[in-house]
Design a protein around this ligand. Sequence first.
Ligand SMILES: Cc1cc2nc3c(=O)[nH]c(=O)nc-3n(C[C@H](O)[C@H](O)[C@H](O)COP(=O)(O)O)c2cc1C
Length: 180
Amino acid sequence: MRLPIDRRPSSRGDRMKTLLVVYHTMTGGTEQMATALVRAAEGEAGADLAVRLLRAHETQPADVLNADGYVFCTPENLAAVSGIMKDFFDRCYYAALDRINGRPYAVLVCAGSDGTNACRQIERIAKGWRLRAVADPLIVCTHAQTPDEILAPKAIDAAALERCADLGAAFASGLVLGIF
Ligand SMILES: Cc1cc2nc3c(=O)[nH]c(=O)nc-3n(C[C@H](O)[C@H](O)[C@H](O)COP(=O)(O)O)c2cc1C
């Protein structure tokens, strides 16, 4: 169930908040998940929230500093976050350290059959950044097993995309309402 959003300006005259969604994808699964989340966040919050969907390689420390909440979206590759996603964290970690404490975050992982280690890695990085998880990590498994299946373009099923959308809507509501 979605909470109605009170769109009246707050007495504190708050500026519009920004949700930053950072992702990497190789065969398209993570991108579909991130896009479903972003569409739902935009649909939920309308003009009350800026939702930025950025590829990991183009995301800069300033993008992290200027956001109010984060969704980190990655494939699990070799029991880890993808290399490009790791590069994003490596480039931004110290520039943002102690400057984003307490901000909310969530995680999307697209995996073949597991995904837990990528989640664990992001949780450790987020702990260093003193971020606050607002949802359990959302893992979608494609069940690709063979090299050909793993390297093929992915089509994430509607039920899984709906879970991503629900998370996006809930995150957007929480930010706009000031719950997070
Ligand atoms: C090099 C490589 C390593 C992978 N390692 C894992 C893994 O450790 N665990 C897992 O569950 N899936 C693994 N996968 C499967 C991917 O997570 C899966 O194909 C997923 O759809 C990738 O997301 P993407 O479509 O956004 O690129 C691996 C795929 C590749 C190409």
